[in-house]
Design a protein around this ligand. Structure first.
Ligand SMILES: Cc1ncc(COP(=O)(O)O)c(C=O)c1O
Length: 368
């Protein structure tokens, strides 16, 4: 029987034979002269050389990531899906779009305010982006999305959502998966999942092969510069992704650090640092909420807080003048006078709080 992925994959992708890199072709020799590598190379001060190409699929870390993810499913059952390592969740988004969409023809749905890369990758691939904005309380407009599913190839959701910080309820995602069964792939970006692990929907892939989950080691694991992300999906989806994936998706130094991070001791360390971050986040959010010129500090299931001021602007420039770089969100129609502040160390957050406390809301120089 044809899967939804079979139905949606463009002909050109169906006919594509994956690039046959030297590592993919493999072999059994003891002298390797097949990839135009340097057999012996300068070490440039490192203890190990980087002269050989890495694996064409880093199966050790893909399996390690699946094992790790199987430990925090809501039911406690292991995941029944596949995992593919990519160079950060951003590459995952791009790869999914390039695999299943046809330039100049297909549409995707996004629900702003959300992570901007979905729309950016769609624009770069000449796709039409249908925007179904979040409703009051940053919830999904389920009817608005459902209306658009039949003529859209992919729906991008983000949970917990960047920049609003909230989680999409499972029941809403299940409703959409049901409605999209025959028509649309639903991608749930769980970049911040370690800050609300029980809310993952990865387990639903077993019942809904139209669900794809994107993850990253950039956030809770603190490995943003290693550029490691993962796609969790049904085999029917992976078949097509694997045709387009870069010949050597993960550099060896990154694979090595990922392997250590995904070992038991690495996961335990990540959990400790997540717990510490959450307590700094909650303290900072509570303190900021007490300031007279703060309208709202939105609940966060992430490593950032979204703040709305009742001043003329979002204090982004004011904080910048104090050497504190945050993310201005005021350009989003629903996020007027909002700034997003990543949670750093206790010392950084104390300094940020001190700067905010020193703000004189009435001072004309701080008007918009
Ligand atoms: C929701 C979301 N998805 C993906 C990413 C990108 O992650 P990566 O560093 O793995 O590319 C980010 C980064 O901010 C993000 O907020």
């Amino acid at each position: 029987m044809l899967s939804l992925a079979d139905k949606l994959a463009p002909e050109v992708v169906k006919n594509l034979i994956p690039y046959q890199s030297a590592r993919r072709i493999g072999g059994n020799g003891h002298i390797w002269l097949n990839a135009n590598e340097l057999e012996e190379s300068e070490l440039y001060g490192e203890s190990e050389g980087y002269n050989r190409y890495p694996d064409f699929l880093p199966q050790v870390i893909e399996q390690a990531y699946l094992d790790y993810s199987s430990h925090f499913t809501p039911s406690g059952n292991p995941l029944s899906c596949q995992s593919r390592a990519v160079r950060g969740a951003d590459e995952g988004i791009d790869l999914l779009i390039r695999t299943f969409c046809e330039p100049g023809k297909d549409r995707i749905i996004v629900c702003p305010p959300t992570y901007a890369m979905y729309e950016f990758c769609a624009d770069a691939f000449a796709l039409k982006t249908i925007k179904v904005p979040l409703i009051e309380g940053f919830g999904l407009d389920l009817d608005g999305i459902k209306e658009n599913l039949p003529h859209s190839k992919m729906l991008f959701l983000c949970s917990p959502n960047n920049p609003t910080g909230n989680v999409i309820p499972h029941s809403h995602i299940i409703q959409l998966l049901e409605a999209a069964k025959e028509t649309t792939l639903i991608v749930v970006d769980e970049a911040y999942i370690e800050f609300a692990p029980h809310t993952t929907v990865a387990e639903l892939i077993a019942s809904y092969p139209n669900l794809i989950v994107i993850r990253t080691l950039s956030k809770a694991f603190g490995l943003a510069s290693a550029r490691i992300g993962f796609i969790l999906a049904d085999r029917s989806v992976m078949t097509y992704l694997s045709r387009l994936i870069a010949p050597y998706p993960i550099p060896d130094p990154s694979a090595r650090i990922a392997e250590k991070a995904l070992a038991d001791s690495g996961i335990a360390a990540m959990r400790n640092q997540t717990e510490a971050l959450v307590s700094v986040r909650d303290w900072f959010a509570d303190e900021v909420a007490l300031l007279p010129f703060v309208e709202a500090v939105y609940p966060s299931a992430t490593n950032f807080v979204l703040i709305r001021f009742n001043t003329d602007d979002c204090l982004y420039r004011y904080l910048l003048e104090h050497g504190i770089v945050t993310r201005n969100q005021a350009h989003e129609p629903q996020l007027k006078r909002c700034v997003r502040i990543s949670v750093g160390t206790q010392a950084s957050m104390q300094e940020t709080l001190n700067a905010l406390k020193a703000f004189k809301a009435a001072s004309p120089q701080n008007a918009a």
